[in-house]
Ligand binder design. Structure first.
Ligand SMILES: [Zn+2]
Length: 412
């Protein structure tokens, strides 16, 4: 990798080694911020205490800060010494409704809330990157937008920020590239894991209510029993997936919630099926949603019943720009060594709302491995577990990667 451009006024451009050293020199602040956030997790779109800490941290830096109007989001803009494009770095800051059982000395002090997906580390790393970049404004031709978002865990926080003009935070230079890191205890500590194209799935919820007619369990012919029809729909959906979906543009359909009846000798009026669809392309997503509705309504119709289909829209597919994904791999190799730079062979079927940003601008999301010492990735409690522990050692590496992605994008 080349370092920042020539002919600038700020002396020698930062090298990857300088940046990594600077991030490690600042590690105490990063880890301290992470632990403070970890103790005080907040859930959803309104995170007043977390937002206050973020605003306090940005107050020490030469950035223009805007707090969200519809949520607790924070947008900070760092202007470089010269004009140029605008690059976005994201950190999400919400926690999960989980009772922490990690045993960490800085475990959650709030009952029923835990930073079980490591978003506390994301905020801490983003603030660390802001400090590094604020000290290198002379090297920046353009602006860095720090997107600190609430409500990643199912609340569409990124969408609210986009609606409030996130990408136009610098009116003369709309955001033209974006990068996000996500920590994971399921990858080897200190590795960066990324792939071109689909990185994470779209996840939509759906519900089907099969409407039959209730009656006495001894005389089913006088009723119209929705229970066997619900069972038939479940099996027909799995047949639909295996027979109608291309293996190389896959879908996962799961019925996870099934409800009918109240006792053993009464045929109920209705049966409820509730599940998710996960897909890796917009086309497959639309086709499978339509197919679930078609199968459910037509199986029901075959038995003289109706089926009401409801879709609860989730996040779109998270698609990495191939060029940016390649750049992440190269950058990681330059910054952390070749062994840290890992090409993922397959996407993850979880979902992520950075997808909304990546629908609008080319960019990438990558996983920072943080499997705790003494455990193998795969045996460590995973993200979202109430036992999950993230290794803090690679946090400065994440800080440096965030900063280096922006430095390269704005090297002028
Ligand atoms: Zn997460």
């Amino acid at each position: 990798m080349t370092s920042a451009g020539v002919g600038q006024t700020g002396g020698m451009a930062t090298s990857p080694a300088d940046l990594l050293a600077a991030a490690y020199a600042d590690a105490d602040r990063t880890i301290d911020m992470r632990r403070r956030l970890h103790r005080r997790p907040e859930i959803g779109l309104h995170l007043p205490e977390t937002q206050k800490r973020v605003l306090e941290a940005f107050a020490d830096l030469p950035v223009d800060v805007t707090a969200g109007s519809s949520t607790s989001s924070v947008v900070a803009v760092l202007r470089g010494a010269r004009p140029g494009p605008t690059y976005l770095l994201r950190g999400d800051m919400d926690a999960l409704p989980v009772q922490e059982a990690s045993g960490l000395p800085f475990a959650s002090e709030i009952d029923g809330a835990m930073h079980a997906c490591g978003h506390d580390t994301h905020v801490a790393m983003l603030l660390g990157a802001a400090r590094l970049l604020a000290g290198r404004r002379e090297e920046l031709a353009g602006q860095v937008v720090f997107m600190v978002q609430p409500g990643e865990e199912g609340f569409h926080g990124a969408r609210y920020m986009l609606e409030e003009g996130l990408l136009e935070a610098v009116p003369e230079a709309p955001v033209s590239g974006a990068f996000a890191l996500h920590i994971s205890s399921s990858f080897a500590s200190g590795t960066i894991n990324v792939r071109p194209g689909p990185m994470m799935a779209a996840a939509d919820q759906w519900m089907v209510t099969v409407r039959g007619r209730g009656g006495h369990a001894s005389m089913p012919h006088t009723a119209n029993d929705p229970v066997p029809v619900a069972a038939e729909i479940i099996l027909a959906l799995q047949t639909m997936v295996t027979r109608r979906v291309d293996l190389f543009d896959p879908a996962v359909v799961t019925v996870a919630h099934l409800e009918a009846g109240t006792t053993d000798n009464v045929i109920p009026d209705t049966a409820l099926l509730h599940g998710t669809i996960r897909t890796l392309s917009a086309e497959r997503r639309a086709a499978v949603l339509a197919a679930v509705e078609r199968v459910a309504t037509n199986v029901a119709a075959a038995h003289e019943m109706t089926a009401d289909f409801t879709r609860i829209e989730g996040y779109p597919v998270t698609v990495n720009d191939p060029g940016v994904a390649a750049q992440v791999l190269e950058t990681t190799a330059a910054l952390l060594g070749q062994k840290a730079s890992c090409l993922m062979t397959a996407p993850l079927m979880g979902a992520e709302d950075f997808s909304y940003v990546l629908e609008r601008v080319p960019g990438a999301m990558a996983f920072l491995g943080a499997c705790p010492p003494g455990l193998e990735p795969g045996e460590a409690p995973a993200n979202h577990s109430n036992l999950v522990v993230f290794d803090e050692e690679p946090l400065p590496a994440g800080v440096a990667l965030y900063a280096w992605m922006a430095l390269q994008a704005l090297a002028g």
